[in-house]
Design a protein around this ligand. Structure first.
Ligand code: DQA
Length: 139
C-alpha cells in the first residue's frame, strides 16, 4: 500500500519539546522506524507548520495514488476548518492520530474539528499511534 504520513504544526520539534509527553525520538527517527516496519509498503512523509501546505498535500494525495493518509495535524486539529475541508474534498481515507491521549489533557485538546471527516482516530500510543493507524488499513 502507499501511505502518506502528514505531521502538522510543531511536530518538527518532536524529540526536543515536552519529551515527557511526546518522547525522546525526533520526527525523522520515528519516520525511519515506520519505514522499517512497513518495508512492503511505500511510506512518504511530509511535515509543515503551514496550514495551507498541509491542505495542498491532502489535495494532491488523490492524484498521487495514495491509499491512505495518516495525519497528525498537531494543534491545527483543534481549529483548522481549512484542513477539515481539504480532508472532506478527497476520497483518500484519512486517519487522525495523536501521540498523546488528547482526552486526558487540557480541555481545548478534547475538541477536534477534523475527526468527523476522518475514517478513524488513534491517540495515546506515542509513536505507535502512527503504526497502529497504518496497520488499520490492512485489516
Ligand atoms: C498532538 C496533540 C495536540 O493537541 C498538540 O497540539 C500537538 C501534538 C499529539 O500528537 O499528541 O502538537 O497532536
Amino acid at each position: 500500500m502507499k501511505f502518506l504520513f502528514i505531521n502538522g504544526v510543531n511536530l518538527n520539534m518532536t524529540g526536543v519539546r515536552e519529551k515527557g509527553i511526546y518522547g525522546d525520538l525526533t520526527l525523522d527517527e520515528i519516520n525511519l522506524e515506520i519505514t522499517n516496519r512497513f518495508k512492503d509498503d511505500i511510506c512518504e512523509f511530509f511535515q509543515s507548520n503551514i496550514e495551507g501546505e498541509i491542505c495542498s498535500q491532502i489535495q494532491n494525495a488523490q492524484s498521487e495514488g495514495f491509499d491512505g493518509i495518516i495525519l497528525n495535524a498537531g494543534a491545527f486539529t483543534h481549529y483548522s476548518y481549512a484542513i477539515r475541508d481539504a480532508i472532506a474534498s478527497v476520497s483518500v481515507p484519512v486517519i487522525e492520530v495523536h501521540m498523546s491521549n488528547v482526552h486526558s489533557r487540557e480541555e481545548f485538546r478534547h475538541k477536534s474539528v477534523i475527526s468527523e471527516v476522518c475514517k478513524g482516530v488513534i491517540c495515546g500510543f506515542g509513536k505507535n499511534s502512527y503504526v497502529l493507524a497504518a496497520q488499520s488499513f490492512k485489516l
